[in-house]
Design a protein around this ligand. Structure first.
Ligand code: HEC
Ligand code: HEC
Ligand code: HEC
Ligand code: HEC
Length: 198
C-alpha cells in the first residue's frame, strides 16, 4: 500500500519529469530550423556530403558559397525546392566529393578555376559515364580504394589510361554495365585461369 504522503511525492516527481521532458523536446524542436513557426518544407539533410552537427553543416555550406563566390540562390531557393542547373550539378559533385572524402576545394580553386587534378577529374567523370558507375565503385574515402578500385589501378597503368582513355576498356568490358565482362573479356579471364592452373 502507498501512503498518502508518498503518493504526493510520486505525483510531484512525475510532474517534474514531465516538465523536463517537455522542455527538452521544445529545445530539440527549436534547434531544427525547419520546424519553426514558418511552414517550410522539411529539409531532408540526406545528402551524404553533409557531415556532423548542424553547425558543422552550416560551415560546410558557408565554405562552399565562399569558394564559389556566390549567394545561396546561385544553386537553390530558400526552401530547397527549386535547384538551378548549377545546383543540380552540385548534387552530383557532392556525391563525388563524399566518395573521395574531400570538399569542393579539392578540385575547385574558385568558380572559374580548377586545380591541377582537373584533367584527371574530368576523365574520371567520363569513365563513370561510359561504364555506368559512381565514384564510390572505386573510391572509399580520402586516399582509400575499394577492391575494384585497386584492380583498376593496375588496369590504368597497363592500359596507359591517362592518355589512351576509357574506350579501350570496352575491349573486354561491357559499356554501362559497371565493368561486367563481355565475351572477349570472359575468354581473357578463362585464359588467365588456365595459365594459373585454376
Ligand atoms: C554551389 C551550390 C550551392 C550553394 C552556393 C549553396 N547551396 Fe545549399 N545545397 C546545395 C546542394 C546541391 C544541396 C544538397 C541538396 C540535396 O542533395 O538534396 C544543398 C543543401 C543545403 C541545405 C541542407 C543541408 C543538409 O544538411 O542536407 C541547406 C540548409 C542549404 N543548402 C543552405 C544553403 C545556404 C544558407 C546557402 C548560402 C549561404 C547555400 N545553401 C548555398 C547547393 C548549394
Ligand atoms: C574531383 C574533383 C571535383 C570535386 C571534388 C568537385 N568538383 Fe565540381 N567540377 C569538377 C570538374 C572537373 C568540373 C567541370 C566538369 C565539366 O565540365 O563537366 C566541375 C564543375 C562544377 C560545376 C559546374 C560549373 C559550371 O560553371 O559549369 C559546379 C556548379 C560544381 N562543379 C560544383 C561543385 C561543388 C558544389 C563541389 C563540392 C560539393 C564540387 N563541385 C566538387 C571537379 C570537382
Ligand atoms: C573504376 C574505378 C574508378 C572510378 C569509378 C573512379 N575512380 Fe577516381 N581514381 C581511381 C584510381 C585507381 C585512382 C588512383 C590513380 C592512381 O593511383 O594513379 C583515382 C584517382 C582519382 C583522382 C586523383 C587523385 C585525387 O584524389 O585527386 C581524382 C580527382 C578522382 N579519382 C576522381 C574521381 C571522381 C570524381 C570519380 C567519380 C566521377 C571517380 N574518380 C571515379 C579509380 C576510379
Ligand atoms: C584485355 C581485357 C581487359 C581490358 C582491356 C580491361 N580489362 Fe578490366 N578486367 C579484365 C578481366 C578478365 C577482369 C576479371 C578478372 C579480374 O577480376 O582480375 C577484369 C576486371 C576489372 C575490374 C574489376 C571488376 C569487378 O567487378 O570486380 C575493374 C574495375 C577493371 N577490370 C577495370 C578496367 C579498366 C579501368 C580498364 C581500362 C583502362 C580495363 N579494366 C580494361 C580484362 C580487361
Amino acid at each position: 500500500m502507498v501512503k498518502p504522503i508518498q503518493k504526493n511525492c510520486l505525483k510531484v516527481s512525475l510532474f517534474i519529469t514531465c516538465l523536463m521532458a517537455i522542455l527538452c523536446f521544445e529545445k530539440i524542436a527549436l534547434s531544427d530550423p525547419e520546424q519553426g513557426d514558418k511552414k517550410k518544407p522539411v529539409v531532408t539533410y540526406s545528402n551524404p556530403y553533409f557531415k556532423g552537427t548542424k553547425e558543422d553543416r552550416e560551415s560546410q555550406i558557408k565554405r562552399m558559397a565562399t569558394l564559389f563566390g556566390v549567394e545561396c540562390d546561385f544553386c537553390h531557393n530558400e526552401d530547397l525546392t527549386v535547384f538551378s542547373e548549377e545546383g543540380e550539378k552540385s548534387k552530383k559533385m557532392m556525391k563525388a566529393s563524399a566518395a573521395l572524402g574531400v570538399e569542393c576545394d579539392h578540385c575547385h580553386v574558385d568558380r572559374k578555376h580548377y586545380k591541377e587534378n582537373e584533367q584527371q577529374a574530368k576523365k574520371m567523370f567520363e569513365l563513370c559515364e561510359v561504364m555506368g558507375t559512381d565514384c564510390d565503385f572505386c573510391h572509399a574515402g580520402k586516399d582509400k580504394f575499394t577492391k575494384k578500385g585497386e584492380k583498376s589501378k593496375t588496369a590504368f597503368v597497363t592500359r596507359d589510361w591517362p592518355t589512351e582513355g576509357t574506350k579501350q576498356c570496352l575491349e573486354c568490358h561491357t559499356e554501362k554495365k559497371q565493368f561486367a565482362l563481355n565475351f572477349y573479356g570472359w575468354q581473357v579471364l578463362n585464359a588467365m585461369k588456365g595459365s594459373k592452373g585454376m
